[in-house]
Design a protein around this ligand. Structure first.
Ligand SMILES: [Zn+2]
Length: 120
C-alpha cells in the first residue's frame, strides 16, 4: 500500500470516528431528555426498552470506536492493511468496504466457519 492509499484510509477512519463520537454525544442527550416523563407506566416501559436499545447500540459503537483507533494506530505503525493471521495484504477493495478489517477475506472466511463449528 502506498502513502496515498494510507492517507485515504487515515482520512476515512478519522471521519468515521468523528461521526461515531458525535452520535454517542447525541445519544447521551436523548437519554437525559427522556428521563423527565416517567409518570406513566407505559412510558416507563418504553423508556426502559429505549434505554436497553441505546445501551446495545452504544456498546457496539464503542467497540467500533476502539477498532477505528486501533486501525489509525496501525497506520502510524505501518502495519495497516496487513492480515494479522497470514501476513498477506488485506486488499484495497475489502478495506474500502470495511476499513477496520484485520483479516484478509480468506482468513476471515476460515475464522467464520470455525466460529460456526465451535458455536461462538
Ligand atoms: Zn489472512
Amino acid at each position: 500500500m502506498d502513502a496515498k492509499d494510507l492517507e485515504f484510509f487515515k482520512a476515512l477512519l478519522n471521519q468515521q470516528l468523528q461521526e461515531l463520537l458525535q452520535q454517542a454525544g447525541n445519544a447521551v442527550v436523548r437519554l437525559r431528555d427522556s428521563e423527565e416523563s416517567l409518570a406513566d407506566p407505559l412510558d416507563r416501559a418504553a423508556h426502559e426498552y429505549d434505554q436497553n436499545n441505546l445501551l446495545r447500540i452504544r456498546d457496539r459503537e464503542s467497540r467500533l470506536i476502539k477498532k477505528i483507533r486501533e486501525s489509525l494506530q496501525d497506520i502510524e505503525d505501518g502495519t495497516f492493511g496487513v492480515c494479522v493471521m497470514c501476513g498477506e495484504e488485506i486488499g484495497i477493495a475489502r478495506l474500502k468496504a470495511r476499513p477496520v478489517a484485520k483479516h484478509c477475506i480468506r482468513c476471515k472466511t476460515r475464522l467464520e466457519s470455525l466460529e460456526r463449528v465451535v458455536g461462538v
